[in-house]
Ligand binder design. Structure first.
Ligand code: ATP
Length: 273
């Protein structure tokens, strides 16, 4: 479990260069970077800066990474919390954490607030109320809506949220003035995977036979997080064998290991696109 509910103001050094592929999504968030850097350019013409955007896509595809890159590119503070942290919270605590977070963010504006797994707090109200603690979730969601409505768009606080369950989100979150923009973040295709491999191979000491294109072909259905995992496992496997560089066989073994892990988690590797 996480020690901190939200990172205090953290200066992020992630940039768009760290995010491979996702070209369309990057283009969309570049506009947000520009709002944060030059708010006057927009407000002087009477435009309203959007309050929030929802990053929608399967786990491990780089939603958090992209949100951090927005903060890194704009050089603004990054405040984050995860919806799943609220699941077992005592009554009243969730709402007050949300209030706190917005208060801090407003003091540090311009900045980014990132809410991961927003579906954990943002499920449609009054549905799926099998478990106790649901009232608390509703309080938290209501507080989030209140906070989002309660500040002017020109303050420079932009809220990014991530979900892989757009279908269960409360429609209230998607109204104009809240998360009125949706940016889809899909699993990478063959070329996308090669680009992600290239990012994660860069810091490694590689044997000459290592080929990102071949690795990409061997990893259909992998998201960026799994590719990052393969690269790290390959390094560990090579180190255990006391090799001086990581070769293709190490990557093969790492891919097998990551696939094994995924199967254990009962995740299905989707067929090649
Ligand atoms: P979740 O929904 O599970 O929170 P996510 O979509 O937020 O997942 P991230 O946490 O951003 O995924 O990705 C996990 C890690 O996977 C990143 O820190 C990065 O190392 C790697 N990764 C994922 N996508 C990419 C990408 N497009 N380019 C480079 N690295 C990536």
């Amino acid at each position: 479990s996480k020690a901190q509910l939200f990172d205090k103001e953290s200066q992020i050094n992630v940039t768009f260069n760290d995010v491979a592929g996702l070209e369309e999504a990057k283009t969309e968030v570049m506009e947000i970077v520009d709002f944060l850097k030059n708010p006057k350019k927009y407000t002087e013409l009477g435009g309203k800066i959007p309050k929030g955007a929802l990053l929608v896509g399967p786990p491990g595809t780089g939603k958090t990474l992209l949100a951090k890159a927005v903060a890194g590119e704009a050089q603004v503070p990054f405040f984050s919390l995860s919806g799943s942290d609220f699941v077992e919270m005592f009554v009243g605590v969730g709402a007050s954490r949300v209030r706190d977070l917005f208060k801090q963010a407003k003091e540090k504006a311009p900045c980014i607030i990132f809410i991961d797994e927003i579906d954990a707090i943002g499920r449609a109200r009054g549905k799926n109320s099998i478990m106790g603690g649901n009232d608390e979730r509703e309080n938290t969601l209501n507080q989030l809506l209140v906070e989002m409505d309660g500040f002017g768009t020109n303050l420079g606080v932009i809220i990014l949220a991530a979900t892989n369950r757009l279908d269960v989100l409360d429609q209230a979150l998607l109204r104009p003035g809240r998360f009125d923009r949706q940016i889809s973040i899909d699993k990478p295709d063959l070329i996308g995977r090669e680009q992600i491999f290239n990012v994660h191979l860069k810091p490694l000491k590689l044997a000459p036979d290592v080929d990102a294109k071949k690795l990409s072909a061997q990893t259909p259905g992998f998201a960026g997080a799994e590719i990052a995992n393969v690269c790290n496992e390959a390094a560990l496997i090579a180190a255990r064998k006391s090799k001086t560089s990581i070769d293709m066989q190490d990557f093969q073994d790492a891919i097998d290991r990551v696939i094994g892990g995924l199967e254990k988690k009962n995740k299905i590797i989707s067929p090649e696109e």
